[in-house]
Design a protein around this ligand. Structure first.
Ligand code: GDP
Length: 308
């Protein structure tokens, strides 16, 4: 049996960039993308899954490249009207985006699993690779700041990551069942490599690792496990990764992320800027800044070459 299956663990924006690159170099039936659901929340009565949606929009070519998040060709009538009647406007929901949340909420309420809804939407949008939530059970990331525990989206969007992070917790993770397709893929003799995308380790990857059985499945998978650094030259490309590392008392560097993942990884991909870093895993170097589609495809190739 040939080893051709790639499992990618992903958060939202950084993860989706590499997932898109991988989708150009791996046959769709051989790519399984596991999405973090720790950012999911309920808002205005709707079930919102930001990382699944970022992956789906990106892989369907529907992502908003002007804003850098959300959907392409977005309009904001709902939000504008909501404001006039005094509704909460701190979390911006575009009109087109809203349709996805309304429909997902309806189907979840009817008893359908998140993974089934995700697969159906992906199929309708012509997405080749499978996007699978880490679990169909709710997991909710919480952030311990000075003022106490915050819901993730209150910290991330509401307070724009300003509070100093002391600790993170993944509510519900201990009771959550890892999605069976993820566990089966990690145990498959077809598994060629696991790719941990350049996502925020604390709020995008560690929620996936917190689901019982995932760390053990990775440790026992028998295939290379490679992470791409989300830190380039001591800085995050976007978002609070570097700020969180400093607040959690870790070295803010590509090597700091490699140390955080530790023995979970066999391989690590650094940017050229960090080529001199000392890390415990087998290191490779590439251009890891992904601005264009070509950058994403080139990095995906480099990652697969590194573990070949
Ligand atoms: P979120 O869930 O939307 O916050 O997105 P992720 O967790 O998937 O990605 C956020 C991380 O991606 C941040 O740490 C960024 O530094 C990193 N990132 C974003 N774009 C790039 C890129 O082009 N290259 C690399 N190496 N990292 C990136």
């Amino acid at each position: 049996m040939s080893r051709d299956l790639i499992v990618a663990l992903s958060g939202g924006i950084g993860g989706a960039k590499l997932a898109l690159g991988l989708s150009h170099v791996v046959a769709p039936e051989n790519l399984l993308i596991i999405a973090n659901t720790g950012d999911d929340f309920e808002h205005l009565g709707l079930s919102i899954s930001p990382d699944i949606d970022t992956l789906a929009y990106t892989l369907a070519g529907l992502d908003n490249q002007v804003l850098g998040w959300g959907r392409r060709d977005e309009t904001w009538s709902f939000m504008e009207t909501l404001e006039t009647i005094g509704g909460p406007t701190w979390f911006r929901l575009g009109d087109r985006d809203l349709a996805l949340h309304v429909e997902r909420t309806r189907r979840l309420k009817a008893g359908e699993a998140l993974s089934s809804i995700t697969a159906d939407v992906a199929r309708r949008w012509g997405i080749g690779p499978r996007i699978v939530p880490m679990s169909d059970d709710p997991v909710r990331t919480k952030v311990l700041a000075e003022a106490g525990w915050l819901d993730f989206q209150d910290y991330f969007v509401g307070q724009q990551c300003r509070p100093v992070v002391r600790q993170l917790a993944f509510e519900g993770a201990a009771q959550a069942r890892a999605h069976p397709d993820m566990i089966a893929a990690l145990a498959s003799p077809r598994l060629k490599a696991v790719v941990i995308c350049p996502s925020n380790p604390f709020i995008s990857v560690e929620p996936i690792l917190a689901v019982p059985g995932v760390r053990a499945a990775l440790a026992g998978c028998g295939a290379p496990v490679i992470a791409v650094s989300p830190i380039i030259g001591g800085k995050a490309v976007k978002g609070p990764t570097a700020k969180m590392m400093a607040e959690l008392g870790l070295e803010v560097s590509a090597a700091g992320v490699a140390a955080r993942y530790g023995a979970l990884l066999t391989h690590y991909m650094l940017d050229h800027q960090d080529a001199g870093a000392t890390i415990a895993q087998t290191a490779s170097v590439a251009q890891t800044m992904m601005r264009t589609l070509d950058d994403k495809i080139a990095l995906a190739r480099a990652v697969l070459d590194a573990v070949a």
